[in-house]
Design a protein around this ligand. Sequence first.
Ligand SMILES: [Zn+2]
Length: 207
Amino acid sequence: MSHELYLLVAVVVLGIAYTIPKLVRILVFRGNMLVTCPENRLPAAVRISMWRAALAEALGGRRIQLRACSRWPEHSGCAQDCVCQVLRDPEGHRVWNIAGNWFKGKSCAFCGKPITRLGRLERPPALLDADKKTTEWSALPPEKLPEAFWGSKAVCWSCHVAETFMREHGDLVTYRPWERSGPIGEYTPHTTESERESETSEPRRAA
Ligand SMILES: [Zn+2]
C-alpha cells in the first residue's frame, strides 16, 4: 500500500472518529418534542431537522431548526422561537419521556396492575377519559397529551383491549365479574342467583 493510501485511510478514520461522537450527541433531538408555543402559550408538537442539526454539529456549532410543527402549515412562517426550549432540555421535552413520567408509578384503573415501563416493544398503555373511553396514549396527537393526562386515568393494554371490545361490540359480550373466592384464593366467576337461573334456562351468546 502506498504512503498516499495510508494517509487517506488515516484521514478518513480520524474524520469518522471526530464526527461520530458529535452525531451521537444530536440524537437527543430525535422524535416528537412537546413545547409551549411562544405565540399562543399552548402545547405544540415539533420535530427537529436532524440533518441540519448534524451538519451544524459537525461544523462545530449547535443550531437546530424545526422540520415539522403541529401548528403548521397555518403558522409555518413563525420565528421558531420555541427551539430554545428544546435546546435547553431536550430530554425533558421528548414526548416519550413526558408520557413515561406520567405513567410512572401508576396502576391500571380497572385491574390494579402496575403500568410497566414504556418501551418501543411493549404494548402501550391507555388513558381512560371522563367519558369512560380508553385510548392508547400513542394514538393521541402529541400536542393533546398534556390536556389528556390532566383529566385521565391510566389503563393497562389488556384492559384497554377488553374495554374497547365491550364498548364496540357490547351485544356480543356477557359481563361476568370475577372474585377471589376459590379454595386457594384464585379468581372464580361471580354469579348471582338470577344469573345462575338464566344460565340453566337459556344458553349464553358469548363468554
Ligand atoms: Zn388492567
